[in-house]
Write a protein that binds this ligand. Structure first.
Ligand code: HEC
Length: 233
């Protein structure tokens, strides 16, 4: 959690910050309110907008309860006094105030609203996929202004992080949709129905999804069988 793993993009290289409780280099001095504001509104405690490489565009749907738990967990980690490099971005993307315009064009903070026509498992899956799991950040294509394109929610992205091609995971839109058990297997152990193992950034995602409860894994697979876009990107 001490940050600094380079994230290469078309705009330059981002260095995610240290989120350990260190008072100088980390976020140990943040209040719960400041933490929630960063996660759900994409604004730092100093009032600066964040680059959407920090996926607050998805985290915006997280509940108070989950953000409280998340901060409690981060606060329990050892504080690591390590500085992270400045982002290395080309002009004009290095001008942080330009992000006010980006947010105005592309982002409205949103609360997760369950769909009463769907099952509890589907709704739980929708919350995880569009909120904390931020699956659409890689699996949805981007618009011209680099917002997630909800018109083609989860239908694959030619230009994913580090130039990766990211497949579509809306199973209702695929010629050969995976069965529920295929999806479960994929998020539990990172294996495809052909017996291949995921590479690239999805291998890292599976390090996390493999640790979810069986009920949450089932919920994700239920939602992906027939997902609906959230009302906002
Ligand atoms: C950081 C980017 C990233 C995120 C976030 C991400 N994925 Fe992926 N995902 C990928 C990439 C890249 C692949 C292709 C991996 C490969 O082919 O080895 C992939 C592949 C998959 C596949 C296999 C699809 C196929 O046709 O092979 C599934 C299922 C999947 N992801 C589900 C998810 C779910 C569910 C989430 C959210 C919990 C998620 N992914 C979040 C990048 C991501």
């Amino acid at each position: 959690m001490s940050g600094g793993v380079a994230l290469a993009t078309d705009f330059g290289t981002f260095y995610p910050p240290n989120i350990t409780p260190d008072n100088v280099h980390g976020i140990g001095f943040w209040s719960q309110t400041e933490f929630n504001h960063a996660m759900r509104h994409g604004i730092s405690p100093d009032g600066d907008p964040y680059y959407p490489s920090f996926p607050y565009t998805s985290y915006t749907r997280m509940t108070d309860a989950d953000l409280g738990d998340l901060k409690a967990y981060l606060d329990s980690l050892p504080a690591i006094g390590k500085a992270t490099p400045e982002h290395d971005l080309g002009f004009p993307f290095n001008l942080r105030y330009g992000l006010h315009l980006w947010q105005w064009l592309n982002f409205t903070p949103e609360t997760f609203l369950p769909n009463s026509h769907q099952s509890a498992a589907w709704n739980r899956g929708a919350y995880i996929v569009t909120g904390p799991g931020h699956c659409g950040e890689c699996h949805s294509p981007r618009t011209l202004t680099m917002a997630m394109d909800t018109g083609v929610h989860l239908q694959g992205n030619e230009a994913g992080p580090d130039g990766e091609q990211v497949p579509g995971i809306d199973m209702s839109k695929r010629n050969q949709p995976w069965l529920l058990d295929d999806l479960l297997f994929a998020i539990q152990i990172g294996m495809t129905p052909d017996g291949d193992f995921f590479g690239g950034s999805m291998a890292e995602v599976v390090e996390n999804t493999s640790q979810l409860t069986a009920a949450d894994q089932h919920a994700i697979a239920t939602y992906l069988a027939n997902p609906e876009p959230p009302s906002n990107p």
